[in-house]
Design a protein around this ligand. Structure first.
Ligand SMILES: *Cc1c(COP(=O)(O)O)cnc(C)c1O
Length: 341
């Protein structure tokens, strides 16, 4: 085990031992390579640099209560990478290459998996990019698939506390028939300005309205939205939302805990009716939202009166995190145990 101050780790880059890489060239995927370099040699005309052929994923390996290492729902990340590849015309990564790459990168960096009890995990960042050269606008004929791993700390250093959210209507992260449903870099580029401005204005999360009518909730910059009311977990459905695996899991847990689940268009003026609101994604699992301000109208929706997260949000969070750390039986079969020391 590395000598790291695990509890003060943030969600940031840390140099680890190895990353893994695989190239698609001459019409076929090559063998998985291990590299200790943090650099990728890249053709200056690679399509990922010019035309946005770039997708990524994010998933975590957790050291559990029983000291076993569990990778959470990797197959869903693989499926989503397929969708992203199809969306921007990249060569899809075969399932076995994705699985072997995940297993290998965890095994090679196992001394960086934070110990149980620190609230940390090993974050895997798969990426798929067009590495072949083009000058005209066409998909590349060569692709690089790689995964690096970084240890990340507990997301909430001061505990599970509500954050402030801002509704943005003067920028769009994704067009109605665009690439919002795919985990591609371009969506993030499009969300940066709104995100930085929100930070400057004192908010930690942005919530995008649907691009066409601005009447409905799409999602937060890098996380899905949910609201809870009348024992019902409600989350928006739209083509421009990235289907969060955390959200999929929370919907199942919600039903398990006795909530009804609705996945449908959610109007912004419904925000008034929610008892609890949260943003969800792999990084934080749930960010409980204490208040939401509509930047355009100034209207403020308040959820947390005492600075605490809501009861359902806590229950959902504790259940999912409990499964990830092997404290709660994995009855849905979400975790893959990996052979680690
Ligand atoms: C990655 C991502 C999420 C969260 O998805 P998870 O699978 O739960 O990590 C939500 N929204 C966007 C736009 C994302 O890119």
């Amino acid at each position: 085990m590395k000598n790291i101050d695990w509890k003060s780790l943030t969600f940031g880059y840390v140099k680890t031992n190895y990353n893994v890489r695989c190239y698609y060239r001459d019409g076929k995927w090559g063998t998985l390579e291990i590299s200790s370099s943090e650099d990728i040699p890249m053709h200056i005309a690679a399509t990922c640099l010019h035309y946005g052929q770039a997708a990524f994923e994010g998933l975590k390996a957790y050291r559990g209560k029983d000291n076993k290492v569990r990778l959470f729902r990797w197959e869903e990340n693989w499926k989503r990478l397929q969708l992203s590849a199809e969306t921007v015309l990249m060569q899809p990564v075969p399932r076995d290459i994705f699985e072997q790459a995940c297993r290998l990168v965890v095994q090679l960096n196992q001394e960086f998996i934070p110990p149980y009890g620190t609230g940390g995990s090993l974050y895997l960042r798969p990426l798929l990019v067009g590495s072949g050269a083009r000058v005209g606008v066409h998909p590349a004929d060569e692709y690089l698939f790689a995964i690096f791993a970084v240890p990340v700390g507990p997301y909430f250093k001061e505990g599970f506390k509500p954050v402030k959210m801002q509704i943005v209507k003067d920028y769009d992260r994704a067009a109605p028939l665009g690439t919002g449903h795919a985990k591609v870099g371009g969506n993030y580029a499009a969300s940066l300005r709104a995100g930085e401005r929100a930070h400057d204005e004192g908010f930690s999360v942005t919530l995008f309205a649907d691009a066409k009518t601005k009447q409905f909730i799409d999602e937060a910059g890098p996380a899905n939205f949910f609201g809870i009311r009348n024992n019902t977990y409600i989350t928006p459905d739209s083509h421009s939302i990235l289907q969060s695996i955390t959200n999929m899991s929370l919907r199942q847990i919600a039903e398990e805990l006795g909530l009804k689940v609705e996945r449908r268009q959610v109007r912004i003026d419904e925000l008034d009716t929610f008892e609890e609101v949260g943003a969800c994604g792999t990084a934080a699992v749930i960010s409980p939202v204490g208040s939401i301000q509509d930047r355009e109208t100034g209207i403020l929706f308040q959820y947390s009166k005492n600075g605490e997260a809501g009861e359902w949000s806590k229950k959902l969070y504790n259940y999912l995190v409990g499964v990830q750390y092997g404290e709660i039986p994995d009855k849905f079969g979400w975790c893959t145990e990996l052979p680690c020391e």
